[in-house]
Design a protein around this ligand. Structure first.
Ligand SMILES: Nc1nc2c(ncn2[C@@H]2O[C@H](COP(=O)(O)OP(=O)(O)OP(=O)(O)O)[C@@H](O)[C@H]2O)c(=O)[nH]1
Length: 373
């Protein structure tokens, strides 16, 4: 949530990996930030001008972020091409270390990312090539009452079920408030009940004016039943307490990442593969149906149709091999401090891709997705 310390956390884990001599590849998906304390290797702002998008489509801040993400999502194959290439050894430059970790910073308005078609496209694309783990950053001092804690947990729960990826709850600002209370509430139902009773008695949820301070009882009952429902959800999560300001807890965070990576490979990967296969199968069926209809319209015989299907499939293969944005990514350095030339090169390639190959199509795609919201 806003102000929970996402940017400070990103800066901290980035610095940590640099210190460990494992520089990550950094991707910024927030088109609205004006300055960032760390440099991204791939930055949505290099390819989409958020302010112009807002002006052009007459959108407010959230609509502007969503449309910018949609525009960026049209280039997801090229972005994935760059990432996949950098994750492999470079035969032309054996000294260049393949990237081991990719950090992706999402827009501050997380609901825009989570509930937009492009957010799903971007995350699914990442997860189809790399083990992907979500870090949900929580402002610990602002989560210390049972009702704000519950709101935060429900929010995390909705993201988990929408994204279907392993999740780590990062209780940030541990220097200001020890997150052990939250861990206890997640594992000990009675401890949570006791805290809930305390909040109710101190009228933390509000209540009838002039009453005895016990509130209407509605909130307490609601939180109580939600906490029972969330028990199952808690069992799927890793929980770490960190201070992005001081750098404590970051070792534990990366231990949790390693654990969730294994979980991704074991539990999530097969499901992702199954979904992808199903989509491919349906795509194939749909395409053949459309082709059959077209051939009937054109009065073509069976043999011509088989050839047409074969040609279409071959065309698909060619498309996969076609030169893309990633084709001249070779000059990337092996740490995140890409120099100005690299940045300009990347920017130039993006601009060319966004402008030349049919802005018209991108814009209609964006408009279409936006209208489907
Ligand atoms: N005490 C303490 N303060 C922190 C910590 N991490 C971040 N902050 C402070 O919390 C405030 C918000 O931090 P940001 O990193 O900007 O939070 P954000 O989630 O990126 O904010 P938005 O982009 O506005 O949503 C800043 O004043 C930070 O200095 C921490 O670990 N401890």
């Amino acid at each position: 949530m806003t102000g929970s310390g996402k940017t400070t956390f990103m800066q901290r884990i980035n610095a940590y990996l640099h210190e460990k001599k494992q520089p990550p590849y950094v991707m910024n998906l927030d088109p609205a930030i004006t300055h960032s304390p760390f440099q991204a290797n791939i930055d949505i702002r290099d390819s989409v001008n958020y302010k112009k998008v807002m002006e052009e489509y007459k959108l407010g801040p959230n609509g502007g972020i969503m449309t910018s993400l949609n525009l960026f999502a049209t280039k997801v194959d090229q972005v994935m091409g760059i990432l996949e290439k950098r994750a492999k050894p470079n035969p032309d430059n054996p000294a260049q270390k393949p990237i081991d970790k990719i950090l992706v910073d999402t827009p501050g308005q997380i609901e825009v990312f989570v509930w937009s078609a492009s957010g799903t496209i971007l995350l699914e694309s990442l997860a189809s090539s790399f083990p992907t783990v979500i870090a949900y950053v929580i402002d610990t001092p602002r989560t210390s009452s049972t009702s704000t804690f519950m709101s935060n947990m429900l929010y995390a729960c909705s993201i988990l079920y929408k994204m279907k990826l392993p999740m780590i709850l990062v209780f940030n600002k541990a220097d200001a408030k020890d997150p052990s209370f939250a861990k206890e509430w997640m594992t000990d139902y009675e401890a949570f009940q006791a805290a809930l009773a305390e909040d109710e008695n101190s009228n933390a949820f509000g209540g009838v004016e002039g009453g005895d301070g016990a509130g209407s009882g509605y909130m307490g009952g609601l939180i109580n039943s939600m906490s029972l429902m969330l028990e199952e959800f808690y069992s799927h999560l890793s929980v770490v307490g960190v201070s992005s300001l001081l750098g404590t807890g970051i070792d534990e965070f990366f231990e949790a990442v390693a654990e969730k990576t294994e979980e991704f490979k074991k539990d999530y990967q097969p499901e992702l593969d199954r979904r992808r296969e199903e989509r491919e199968k349906n795509k194939e069926k749909q395409r053949e149906k459309q082709l059959a209809k077209m051939m009937t319209d054109m009065n073509m015989g069976d043999s011509s149709m088989s050839k047409a299907v074969a040609d279409l499939k071959a065309g698909d293969e060619d498309e996969k091999d076609a030169p893309t944005l990633s084709s001249d990514e070779d000059e990337d350095e092996d740490d995140i401090d890409i120099d100005e030339d690299d940045r300009e090169g990347l920017q130039a390639r993006y601009s060319a891709a966004m402008q030349s190959d049919s802005v018209e199509t991108d814009a209609s795609f964006a408009k279409y997705i936006y209208s489907q919201r």
